[in-house]
Design a protein around this ligand. Structure first.
Ligand SMILES: *Cc1c(COP(=O)(O)O)cnc(C)c1O
Length: 361
């Protein structure tokens, strides 16, 4: 006699998976979208035409180049990958985090990362059955050196993830503390530079110095979130192992061709990043001028701010009512009580956001 369906699901699906909620993406139809760190700018029409011409010759009937050699060569140059180091591509950097976790898991193997941090680190640790260790940041969201070092000592993590700048807080961690973590870690340290275009600071140049260091980047926040392309930079001895876990053809032909095209127009992406950086500074000053808000420093393309006590959800809803979607972090962890996060948009979008926020405060 077969069990009823719901009982079958309960008995077969691992309890830790049943306890998760799927990654939540807010419905944004009709709203000004300032919730997901996307680049708000599109390409000029003549660039779009040139891109479409390029795509005309892409053979959709053929499997992609599994190694994406031509794209990787271009990325190596444009990302200034050090001599002797290589690139592994993922369907977004999320997939790279998953490959790393799958390669490292096993009994009593931990993934350690500071909190509040990027939510996918914990989710993927759970999928891959790695123990998860979250180490609280200081109240200014800086890395807590003593807490990190003692957690590393205690848990001997197989991998440490450091987002640099950090999401959702926006700050860059102190370099000496990052160095101390890399030196103390018995396993890998992945510095996740998803927001590199807005921070212009990197650990890439330090790869030859540390055998346990990997650097991760993504094209998503630079303006190509729809393509899904992340890259892991490291020594081939590591990448050759992770590459065995990579599913063949994980980077489709349209992504390979489009990313290569985009990198040929790197100046355009850089101009957009520069506009976003200057928009961030304007938005930062405007937010700091509003009464009752605590605005945190940002080297990314978003700004975290704390609202007066108990007001975050009401302000979030008021903004939504005014047609603007940002991210409500209240309730996600006690360190983020009363916190909202806004992505830097176009000048008009930032102004619309500020106008609505002023009206709601
Ligand atoms: C957005 C983000 C990513 C994910 O990027 P994808 O390449 O789009 O999967 C990775 N790390 C951090 C810290 C992020 O904020």
């Amino acid at each position: 006699m077969k069990k009823p369906l719901t009982q079958l699901v309960q008995s077969l699906i691992r309890p830790e998976i049943r306890a998760l909620s799927a990654y939540h993406v807010a419905e944004a139809r009709g709203l000004i979208k300032l919730d997901a760190m996307e680049n708000p700018y599109t390409w000029p029409p003549e660039i779009i035409d040139a891109w479409l011409t390029r795509l005309r010759d892409v053979p959709l009937n053929r499997y992609p180049d599994p190694a994406a050699q031509s794209l990787r060569d271009r990325l190596k140059t444009s990302m200034a990958v050090p001599e002797g180091y290589d690139i592994l591509l993922g369907n977004g950097s999320d997939e790279l985090i998953q490959m790393i976790a799958l390669a490292l898991n096993g009994p009593r193997r931990a993934l350690l990362t500071p909190e509040p941090g990027f939510s996918m680190y914990r989710m993927i640790a759970v999928f891959a059955a790695l123990d998860y260790v979250g180490v609280p940041l200081r109240s200014d969201f800086g890395l807590d050196r003593a807490a990190m070092l003692s957690a590393i000592e205690q848990h001997q993590p197989a991998v440490v993830f450091l987002a640099y700048p950090n999401n959702p807080t926006g700050n860059l961690f102190d370099d000496d503390t990052v160095r101390a973590v890399i030196e103390a870690a018995p396993g890998l340290v992945v510095v996740d530079e998803a927001y590199h275009a807005f921070a212009n600071r990197t650990w890439m140049t330090q790869l030859p110095r540390y055998p346990n260091l990997l650097v991760m980047r993504t094209l998503s926040k630079m303006g190509l979130a729809g393509l899904r392309l992340g890259l892991l930079v490291g020594h081939p001895a590591w990448l050759d192992e992770f590459n065995k876990i990579r599913l063949p053809y994980n980077i489709n032909v349209l992504t390979q061709a489009s990313a290569e095209f985009a990198l040929e127009h790197a100046d355009l992406l850089e101009q957009q990043a520069a506009r976003i950086r200057s928009g961030r500074e304007q938005l930062m000053r405007a937010l700091q001028a509003l009464p009752g808000l605590t605005v945190y420093p940002s080297q990314a393309n978003f700004i975290l701010f704390r609202t007066p006590h108990g007001r975050a959800t009401a302000l979030f809803e008021a903004l939504k009512g005014a047609g603007i979607l940002i991210k409500n972090l209240h309730g996600s962890s006690s360190a983020l009580d009363d916190c909202l996060r806004v992505t830097v948009g176009t000048e008009q979008e930032n102004t619309a956001f500020l106008t609505a926020l002023r009206a709601a405060l």
